[in-house]
Write a protein that binds this ligand. Structure first.
Ligand SMILES: [Zn+2]
Length: 315
C-alpha cells in the first residue's frame, strides 16, 4: 500500500463488518484521490477490477434504502411518497457486473431493473445460427423488464449488462401491484415505452442503411451518454457482435475514427477524444434517438457529462 489515505480513527468503535469493508476498499483502491472522494461521499460505487462487479458503498446503499433521490430518471419523476411506497414494496439496490444476463428470450421476467447512472444494459435479439445483436440500449433513462408493465411476463429479448453499475430492482409481481396505485409511474412508463420503441425502430433502419463507421460512432456516443466512464471498455469482438457486423468491419471503422483523432483505442479501452467530432461522424440516428427521448420526457434527458481527457468538464 502506498497511499496517503488516513487510517480511520477509532476503528475499534466501529462494527467489525464496517472495519472489514473499509480494509477491503483500501486493498482495492490504491489511488489516494479516489479514496478521498470515497471518504467525502462523492463516490457511490466502485468497480472491483477482478470480478468487474460494481460495489455499492454502504452509505450509498443506506441512502437508497432511506429514499435518497435515485439517479434513475424514471424513478426521479416520482413524488417522495410514491418512491417510498416502491421501496416499501421491495424496490432494492443491486450491483451488476459486465456479462450479467437479466433475462433471456422466452424466460419469465422475475425482476425488473431501474439502472442508475453508469449502468448500461443491451437488449439483444437472437436469431438462429447468428450472433445475438443489439436492438436497444438502456441506461438510467429507462427500465429493464418493460413487458411486465404491459402485463406480459415473458421476455422477448436478451438483456445483458455491458457496463457495470448499480440498479434498483423489484420482483415483477410486486412491481405490477405497485404500478396500479402510481399514476405518475404509469405516465412515465408510457413515455418510456414510446421512446424505446422509437429507439428500436431507428436502430433497425440504422442496421440496414448506415455504414459501419457511422454506426460505431453512434453506438459509442449512446454508450458514453449512459456510462459514467471514459475510456469505455469494449473489445472489437464485443462491438462486432453488438452491431451485427464482422470483427474486421469494426477494426476498420475504429481505425478510421482513431486516425481522425476522435477516439483512442488501446487494449479494449476506447477513449472519446473529440465528442463534437464523433457526433459529426455518427449517422443521423444518434441525434434522432436523443431527440425522441427528449420529446418523450418533455425536456433534455439528463445524461451524465463525461470529462474528456485533459478537461475538467465535458464538452
Ligand atoms: Zn444510423
Amino acid at each position: 500500500m502506498t497511499t496517503a489515505y488516513p487510517v480511520a480513527q477509532a476503528e475499534t468503535d466501529r462494527p467489525a463488518a464496517e472495519v472489514a469493508f473499509a480494509a477491503f476498499i483500501r486493498r482495492l483502491i490504491q489511488d489516494a484521490s479516489t479514496l478521498q472522494a470515497i471518504d467525502s461521499g462523492e463516490v457511490d460505487a466502485i468497480i472491483d477490477p477482478v470480478s468487474g462487479r460494481a460495489i455499492l458503498l454502504p452509505e450509498a446503499r443506506e441512502a437508497l434504502r432511506q429514499g435518497a433521490a435515485p439517479s434513475n430518471q424514471m424513478l426521479a419523476t416520482l413524488s417522495h411518497e410514491e418512491y417510498q411506497r416502491l421501496l416499501a414494496a421491495g424496490l432494492e439496490p443491486v450491483t451488476l457486473a459486465v456479462g450479467d444476463i437479466l433475462h433471456e428470450p422466452g424466460e419469465l421476467i422475475q425482476q425488473i431493473y431501474f439502472p442508475n447512472a453508469g449502468l448500461l444494459v443491451s437488449l439483444l435479439t437472437t436469431v438462429q445460427n447468428h450472433m445475438a445483436f443489439e436492438i436497444g440500449l438502456v441506461g438510467s433513462e429507462g427500465m429493464v423488464g418493460l413487458p411486465v408493465a404491459q402485463g406480459i411476463d415473458t421476455a422477448s429479448v436478451r438483456a445483458v449488462v455491458q457496463g457495470a453499475g448499480t440498479a434498483l430492482r423489484m420482483e415483477s409481481s410486486r412491481f405490477r401491484e405497485a404500478l396500479e396505485t402510481s399514476p405518475v409511474l404509469q405516465r412515465t412508463l408510457h413515455r418510456y415505452t414510446h421512446a424505446l420503441i422509437a429507439q428500436i425502430t431507428q436502430t433497425a433502419a440504422c442496421n440496414r442503411f448506415h455504414q459501419v463507421e457511422a454506426r460505431l460512432a453512434r453506438w459509442l456516443l449512446m454508450a458514453s451518454d449512459r456510462l459514467q466512464s471514459n475510456p469505455l471498455r469494449f473489445t472489437h469482438e464485443g462491438l462486432a457482435d453488438l452491431l451485427g457486423v464482422r470483427r474486421v468491419g469494426i477494426t476498420v471503422a475504429a481505425t478510421a475514427l482513431q486516425q481522425q483523432k476522435l477516439i483512442r483505442y488501446s487494449r479494449g479501452n476506447i477513449t472519446v477524444l473529440d465528442r463534437a467530432g464523433l457526433e459529426a461522424s455518427a449517422c443521423e440516428c444518434y441525434q434522432k434517438i436523443k431527440d425522441l427521448f427528449d420529446r418523450a420526457y418533455g425536456g433534455p434527458v439528463r445524461f451524465v457529462e463525461i470529462p474528456l481527457p485533459g478537461q475538467e468538464q465535458g464538452r
